[in-house]
Design a protein. Structure first.
Ligand code: PMP
Length: 433
């Protein structure tokens, strides 16, 4: 274990702090749903890396594709198109509803939303971008301006024309019907009335996740997304769907927006499409492509349409379709959800459970009568879980209890879900007694 003796002094000396404290755990190997630390201890990975390793770590077929392309066709000048890039675009078009069929490929989620926002502005000739008040779309200047759940300290103003819309957070929304249920219709009308009052008449797009992940696993109620799409249409705005975390099967559908029959104007994919490698996509319609072209849209970054990562993306789509991982995510998701509901009956501090498929969140409260947010308690349980062999992260917004985000890979087995639930149970018991 020489590495452990010298690891932290070297890490602390040479790595810049970028805003989040480093995990004390040193991982030396990642395979499937398992991580191994420097002492050889096995840890279940219920975060899929940074919510990206959709098929588990080092899936053999992904390893094979990477080896092949790194040895044969790694990277070219950005305007040279290769077969894996065409294949990935074709596969996406086949999986997506018409008229979504024109794609290009880049590296990260931030880059995909940055590009989508730029396209919406150029196509509409307008500049105002609306996003949910608990959104996460990245941390570059444009994507970061549309992000309200983290990192707004940019050393200066955000992009002009950025507007926030109340996120669909039914658990704590003040909008309630007489029977106590979430009155999302009134909240939605209120949200639009605020947007219409603040807008200077230049609404270009609404950018949203179909289930807000980093914002606390907020799944909009049934009917919400179609209503939002109609409101955007009424105002001549484009709807940008950011499926960085929800896309490619995780929620039980290939794309989470399909659940409600909504078709976005622009779709951004990233994390899950690359299965742990840096790959993102932007897909739109021929009409918007044309509008962007006429307005002079330019995206010619170094890794535009890279063959190696595109080949990985094409393989990910092939595997998810071929091995029926949407269905498997739905099945394992139901199992996970049922187990979490049992835990909720056992531990008073689990205030709410939400999400779909293999993207589930449990909100921790400090007081069951007042529902006061229980961020410290949540943090303690997540640290206990890590000690007990389960990695699951916690997302925290002001006024929200710590929300455990459980997003295991779609390859997770029935036994691994049971094991994860057992460790969570053990961890809650340890912290609460
Ligand atoms: N969109 C969503 C929905 C995300 O969750 C993230 C990453 N957390 C991003 C965009 C940004 O992606 P990246 O970190 O790859 O830039």
């Amino acid at each position: 274990l020489d590495v452990v003796d010298t690891f932290w002094p070297r890490a602390n000396r040479y790595l810049m702090y970028t805003g989040v404290p480093a995990s004390p755990v040193i991982i030396t190997k990642a395979q499937g749903t398992k991580l191994q630390d420097a002492s050889g201890r096995q840890i279940l990975d219920f975060t899929s890396g940074q919510m990206s390793s959709l098929l588990g770590h080092s899936h053999p077929e992904i390893v094979e594709v990477v080896s092949k392309y790194v040895g044969e066709l790694d990277h070219l000048i950005s305007n040279m198109i290769t077969e894996p890039v065409v294949e990935l675009a074709e596969r996406l078009a086949r999986l997506l509803p018409a008229p979504l069929e024109k794609s290009f490929f880049l590296n990260t989620g931030s880059e995909s939303t940055e590009a989508a926002i730029k396209m919406a502005k150029l196509h509409t000739g307008k500049f105002e971008i609306v996003a949910f008040s608990a959104s996460y779309h990245g941390l570059t200047q444009g994507s970061g301006s549309a992000t309200y759940s983290a990192g707004r300290k940019n050393g200066g103003p955000t992009m002009p024309g950025q507007l926030a819309f109340p996120a669909p957070y039914g658990y704590r929304s003040p909008f309630k019907k007489a029977d106590g249920s979430y009155d999302w219709e009134t909240e939605l009308e209120f949200g639009w009335s605020m947007i219409d009052r603040q807008s200077v008449g230049s609404l270009a797009a609404f950018i949203m996740e179909p289930i807000l992940s980093t914002g606390g696993i907020l799944e909009p109620p049934k009917g919400y997304l179609p209503r939002m799409a109609a409101e955007c249409k009424k105002r001549g705005m484009l709807l940008i769907m950011d499926e960085a975390q929800t896309g490619v099967g995780r929620t039980g559908e290939m794309f989470a927006f399909e659940n409600e029959g909504v078709v976005p104007d622009i779709l951004a994919l990233s994390k899950t499409l690359g299965c742990g490698l840096p790959l993102a996509s932007v897909t739109t319609t021929a009409e918007i492509e044309n509008g962007c072209k006429e307005a002079g849209f330019l995206w010619l970054t170094t890794h535009l349409n890279d063959p190696l990562t595109a080949a990985v993306g094409a393989k990910v789509l092939e595997i998810v379709e071929r091995d029926n991982y949407c269905q498997k995510a739905a099945d394992r998701g139901r199992q996970l959800r049922a187990g979490l509901e049992k835990l909720q009956n056992k531990y008073w501090c689990i205030g709410d459970i939400r999400g779909r498929g293999l993207l589930q969140g449990i909100e921790i409260i400090a007081d069951s009568a007042t529902k006061a947010p229980g961020s410290d308690l949540g943090q303690a349980v997540s640290e206990a879980a890590m000690r007990n062999g389960l990695s699951c992260n916690i997302v925290n917004l002001p006024g929200m209890g710590g929300v455990f985000r459980l997003a295991p890979p779609v390859t997770v087995t029935e036994e691994e879900i049971e094991e994860g639930l057992r460790i969570l149970d053990e961890s809650f018991a340890q912290v609460l007694t």
